[in-house]
Design a protein around this ligand. Sequence first.
Ligand code: HEM
Ligand code: NAG
Ligand code: NAG
Ligand code: NAG
Ligand code: NAG
Ligand code: NAG
Length: 412
Amino acid sequence: MLSTLSLLTPLLVVPTCTAFPFGFFEDSAAPTGRSFGFNSQAQYVNVTGPHAYVAPGPGDERGPCPGLNSLANHNFIPHNGIVSFLGAIDASVTVYGLAVEGSTFAAALALFGADLISPDLQFSIGGPSPSFLGFGGILGSPTGLSYTHNQFESDSSATRGDFYQFNNNGHDLQVNYFQELYDLQPASPAANYNKSVIFKHRVRRFNQSIFENPYFFYGPVEMLVSSLTHCLIYALMSNHSTEYPDGILSNDILKSLYGISTASGQLVYTRGTERIPDNWNRRPLGDDYGAVHIIADVVELWQFAPQLLLVGGNTHGVNTYAPLDIANFTNGVYSAATLLDRNNAACFVFQATRLLVPDALNSLQDLVMVLVQKVVDAVEGMLAVLTCPELTGVNQAMLEHYPGYKRTNRPV
Ligand code: HEM
Ligand SMILES: *[C@@H]1O[C@H](CO)[C@@H](O)[C@H](O)[C@H]1NC(C)=O
Ligand SMILES: *[C@@H]1O[C@H](CO)[C@@H](O)[C@H](O)[C@H]1NC(C)=O
Ligand SMILES: *[C@@H]1O[C@H](CO)[C@@H](O)[C@H](O)[C@H]1NC(C)=O
Ligand SMILES: *[C@@H]1O[C@H](CO)[C@@H](O)[C@H](O)[C@H]1NC(C)=O
Ligand SMILES: *[C@@H]1O[C@H](CO)[C@@H](O)[C@H](O)[C@H]1NC(C)=O
């Protein structure tokens, strides 16, 4: 059994560093910082008229992603929550400023829940939809995003419960997790759920999964997804203005975009009611949240809390977290120590994702090759800004050690 102390030990060996400790972007364009200013006309998201908020009705799918749920509630994607691969990318780019390569990466992983025989690769942003007669070619009928556990949907999310801990529900918000995030800022106009605040919350959620979820599994894909989706909160939900060109994420905006209201002083979650507030301004155009920002942010997160680099899982109950032997897993290309070096951790998780996705599918029929190719292309899009050591294979069998991995319903 690994105690909390040994879990946190790597903290002690990390040198204290200042800006870009890993030499990130030494030889390429650095993130350009604050040169975008604020353009009211371009950044204003008009949620009146055709894009007015309409709560989901019976039969409308909503799921684990507050971004997609809000896009559906405002008719930026179909209100029934069934969206095509390109439709999801387009709306994410246009409304939220998630860059094409970031949106494409997300949409590619979403194909795990998609109807792969539909020509435009449709998927449900929530659960399985009766509107799909076809089949996914993976697990039978298309599951929708809500049931892509350990393919996309992952444990230790910011506000969603862990799948097995909440009776196969990894898609609904658990109000106590939201409350803990909410309580990190004052209930006043001074509140700003910025990067520092979200990083603190992320560390706590990781620790909670270790202490509360006997089936906690945190493999390379899960590590990447849970790190990245935490970053989307401050990166994409903040409101931009002349005074705050880098954005402010207030109490009210956070609640609105998470489907939370207040009744008699209590926070109340109403599933599927994520709403873009009136007078909300997105990230600057031309400064979309893409590979350069994403990699800088996740590397900064892992530097802030190096225990998040210890991919692994609980092995026999709560608080039995055992990290994976990275050296063995990668045939010596990486090790726990070298993951802290420059961009190695970012290289490792994207490369491992590319290698694990075909393995997770096992049977490479024509139908699922579409998915594999989309993921491979999407990973290339993210890795294009990095120079990485070559990783040709991983020892996937080592993951069988973790009950949370083994338990996931995998196709054979
Ligand atoms: C192609 C587009 C997208 C897809 C397929 C997608 C899919 C997902 C999925 C499957 C999750 C759950 C991951 C987990 O279990 O941790 C998630 C979480 C999340 N997504 Fe998206 N997403 C997309 C775009 C967006 C956009 C545009 C936003 C903008 C705000 C967004 C914000 C978030 C946030 C904040 C979470 C974390 C939720 C939480 O646990 O609190 N996503 N997304
Ligand atoms: C928002 O959209 C509505 C309806 O399409 C339009 O009447 C209104 O002028 C738009 N508002 C702004 C500020 O662009
Ligand atoms: C986030 O806000 C806090 C104040 O609540 C501030 O101390 C911190 O520097 C901010 N972090 C960033 C990354 O701006
Ligand atoms: C992790 O969570 C446990 C149980 O909730 C708590 O006792 C412990 O103090 C936490 N540790 C850290 C480092 O947050
Ligand atoms: C966004 O910021 C502007 C400028 O401070 C403000 O007028 C507007 O109300 C804010 N929007 C939200 C949803 O808080
Ligand atoms: C790697 O793991 C395999 C089995 O999982 C084991 O047989 C082998 O000894 C390990 N090698 C190293 C270098 O740890």
